[in-house]
Design a protein around this ligand. Structure first.
Ligand SMILES: Nc1nc2c(ncn2[C@@H]2O[C@H](COP(=O)(O)OP(=O)(O)OP(=O)(O)O)[C@@H](O)[C@H]2O)c(=O)[nH]1
Ligand SMILES: [Mg+2]
Ligand SMILES: [Zn+2]
Length: 299
């Protein structure tokens, strides 16, 4: 009788529908194929695998329970789509060009909070000084909430040591609009990564969606970092309206004097969140982000 194939565990470092690449426990990288139609594997997943008969391909047979998952609601259809798993840190990348979408930044921060991730805002292209003032003002707002914001430049390497330090021993993910420089930052942090980067379109001043699949990279001195395709839209998969405020620490802490414990801070009387917006202790822009996201979640 033939020997039973030995099942081992591995870490998914690249995933494209049924195929991808995993890292074995000994650190070797192997291409994989998923067995069965129902399994859906993403970057960061820990999977069970056996070697195929040729000894060159890993056959993935199962996924370990996820500690957390980055999930979005696909536009126009119900349910949720998992984009990456088992993350300890989310780095939300923005830049003065393309024109920042701060509501998108807020949606990512909310998602990271609900996932229990550490959060970091990386403002890239700090070398584009003509935009410095506006960018700094926005970042100060986020710092006031308690988020760490780093001004970095993949071009001049400004701030890269601080970003490198923040990523130590973390499983991090870079998220943000197309063209903000996520792949460029990884090229800076990981010698030899050599990821293709794409120019900002001259006509519409937007990124050109250069990265098309997530991939995980090992950092020098420990830590891993996932590069993701840039997005135009990202609708977090949040099951209940009440959860949204748990993803906005500034709103959550202003809510302690609301008359109703289940106050959504919309039209309820004696709402301390609305009062905080009126007297300027809570950012009107963040409150608007909260309301827009709440509206999206509740349809
Ligand atoms: N001036 C300047 N340009 C940068 C910097 N970082 C990246 N860029 C440029 O911005 C453009 C987009 O960079 P990418 O790294 O491809 O951006 P991305 O976020 O990975 O984009 P997608 O893969 O489409 O999501 C390229 O032309 C880069 O050269 C920077 O620090 N300063
Ligand atoms: Mg990219
Ligand atoms: Zn309230």
């Amino acid at each position: 009788m033939a020997d039973q194939p030995v099942t081992e565990t591995g870490l998914v470092v690249a995933a494209h529908s049924r195929r991808g690449k995993l890292e074995t426990k000994s650190g070797e990288q192997l291409p994989y194929l998923i067995q069965g139609r129902r399994l859906r594997v993403v970057c960061g997943d820990i999977v069970d695998w056996t070697l195929d008969d040729q000894g060159t391909l890993a056959i993935v047979t199962g996924i370990a329970p996820r500690a957390n998952a980055l999930e979005r609601q696909p536009a126009g259809r119900p349910g949720s789509e998992v984009l990456a798993a088992n993350l300890s840190l989310m780095v939300v990348v923005c830049a003065p060009r393309p024109e920042p979408d701060w509501f998108l930044v807020d949606r990512y921060l909310c998602t990271g909070e609900l996932m229990g991730c550490r959060l970091l805002l990386a403002s890239n292209k700090a070398d584009l000084v003509e935009h410095e003032h506006k960018q700094t003002t926005m970042l100060r707002d986020y710092e006031r909430i308690g988020y760490t914001c780093l001004s970095v430049s993949a071009q001049t390497s400004q701030g890269m040591d601080a970003l490198h330090d923040a990523l130590q021993e973390q499983t991090g993910i870079l998220v943000g609009q197309s063209g903000v420089g996520k792949s460029s930052l990884i090229n800076c942090l990981v010698p030899g990564a050599d990821i293709t980067v794409g120019a900002i379109s001259a006509s519409i001043q937007e990124g050109t969606h250069t990265t098309t699949a997530s991939a995980m990279h090992d950092l020098q001195d420990g830590g891993r970092l996932i590069d993701t395709p840039g997005v135009r839209d990202f609708i977090p998969a949040i099951p209940q309206a009440q959860s949204v405020q748990a993803g906005f620490p500034d709103i959550h802490s202003a809510a302690n004097q609301c008359r109703f414990s289940n106050c959504l801070h919309l039209r309820e009387p004696d709402c301390s969140v609305k009062l905080a917006v009126q007297n300027g202790t809570l950012s009107q822009r963040r409150y608007e982000s909260y309301k827009r996201l709440l509206h999206t979640v509740t349809g």
